[in-house]
Design a protein. Structure first.
Length: 452
């Protein structure tokens, strides 16, 4: 166990929290403080299901399983290296809370909705009240700035309006610090999220300096979602979308490289942020940086993903798919590619609501360009045959080639699929010319086909 040491792990019966005895293991020298969880799963949860406890290090990593007694009660104690978020996970739902040396005991009550955890109720924890209020304040900022994602920040008037939103947030975060003095959120998160007044002078200054924070080299910085907020805000709002530039991220990667633990966490977050944004230039820049700086690319999992992604990005040759269609015949992607001017590879899941919504929008485009050599080849995630066939009848075109994945969904990995549905356009020479997300596929596809 890398990030914490389990000290005791006791489920109890009818005894009250204060009556439970604990047994501690020796303390490792590099673990700084300990805390205790006193929890109860309420009646609307399935009490027989175990809970997973973990430490947030930029991503959720399952660490320990906690068993409850017949009444849904549990007690557990841990030693931790540094303050930050920990979480409970039940099913696919994770709920977070802040742990710091200022508080040694956390009384937690867990309730469920359809056997998934509702937001945690934590008694008398100032740290967690502060943390939740900070997260809500930061989310409101992102919501307030969202309208500027389609505006031209190079326009002086628009940029001034944009800065008003940022300054208003900073005033509110200063008031937050006064409301919650001496909390982790006030002393660390608010400070890390400040923007220097000189950077409001122009969009150029903001772009150049927004990510120039030495705190990216501090591994503790990644114990909360703040780095994700900062990186995604930069991608969505501040970076010039007309400019194919990886410079800012190269700078922040070099900054974090002063600390191996920080580098690992940042490299993972960047991969997630770039995958979510679908920005081809940023993904290409990250791949190039990883190849040019092998000594700094310390996150081996991300390195492997980037290497795999480089084989299925724009300008790479397509990877053949050979799977069975609805009547059991093997249909190869290469046969479709070589006989078509353009082939759209669609990768989806029959149970996916976005897939149900998006795939039918492709039917009129296919009907318009079918006679000009446009073909659609769909790959469904492994599922029940009847569900797959029902999806094809309701949501795809009559002339599409439809196949189903193998039980391991191995072709998803070959094409580095991170979200469903995904769309990859291939020309007659077998070169990938577009990768598209669900929200952009209709417009991007129509634009490409009409100009080629």
């Amino acid at each position: 166990m890398k990030k914490l040491i389990l000290i005791f792990f006791i489920a109890f019966g009818s005894l009250a929290f204060s009556q439970t005895k604990t047994k501690q293991k020796p303390i490792a020298a590099n673990y700084k403080f300990n805390f205790q969880i006193q929890g109860k799963v309420l009646d609307n949860c399935n009490k027989s299901s175990n809970l997973t406890f973990g430490v947030f290090n930029g991503t959720d990593t399952e660490v320990e399983t906690i068993k409850t007694n017949a009444n849904g009660e549990f007690i557990a104690g841990f030693w931790l290296r540094e303050p930050g978020l920990v979480y409970f996970k039940k099913g696919s739902n994770a709920q977070y809370f802040m742990v710091s040396p200022k508080e040694s005991t956390y009384k937690i009550f867990l309730s469920c909705n359809n056997n998934e955890l509702n937001p945690l109720h934590i008694e008398n924890s100032k740290e967690n009240k502060a943390y939740q209020d900070f997260v809500n304040l930061r989310k409101k900022l992102s919501t307030n700035l969202e309208e500027y994602s389609t505006k031209n920040l190079n326009d002086t008037t628009v940029f001034k309006e944009f800065c008003i939103k940022l300054r208003d947030y900073q005033k509110k975060s200063s008031a937050f610090s006064k409301q919650y003095p001496q909390t982790y959120a006030a002393n660390n998160l608010v400070v890390a999220d400040r923007i220097n007044e000189k950077d409001f002078s122009s969009i150029q200054n903001l772009r150049q300096n927004y990510l120039k924070r030495q705190i990216f080299a501090d591994q503790k910085f990644y114990n909360t979602p703040l780095p994700t907020f900062i990186l995604e805000n930069y991608i969505d709002l501040i970076i010039d979308k007309k400019e194919n530039s990886f410079t800012a991220f190269e700078w922040v990667l070099n900054t974090a490289s002063k600390n191996i633990a920080a580098s690992k966490r940042l490299q993972h977050l960047l991969y997630e942020a770039f995958s979510k944004s679908k920005r081809q230039d940023l993904i290409d820049g990250y791949i190039y940086w990883a190849k040019a700086n092998p000594e700094k690319m310390v996150q081996q999992v991300v390195q492997a993903k980037l290497e795999a992604l480089s084989k299925s990005m724009v300008d790479a040759n397509f990877i053949n798919v050979s799977l069975k269609d609805t009547i059991g015949n093997t249909r190869e992607l290469k046969d479709v590619v070589t006989s078509s001017k353009f082939t759209l590879l669609v990768i989806y899941n029959p149970d996916c609501s976005h897939c149900v919504e998006t795939l039918p929008k492709l039917i009129p485009i296919w009907q318009q360009y079918e006679s000009k050599g446009f073909t659609i080849y769909t790959v469904a995630a492994f599922s029940k045959n009847e569900e797959w066939i029902d999806f094809i009848k309701k949501h795809t075109g009559m002339g599409w080639v439809n196949v189903m994945e193998d039980p391991t969904n191995s072709n998803f990995g070959k094409y580095s699929i991170t979200s469903l549905p995904s769309f990859i356009l291939i020309d007659s020479k077998g070169k990938i010319v577009l990768r598209m997300a669900a929200g952009n596929v209709k417009d991007d596809l129509e634009k490409w086909l009409s100009s080629h």
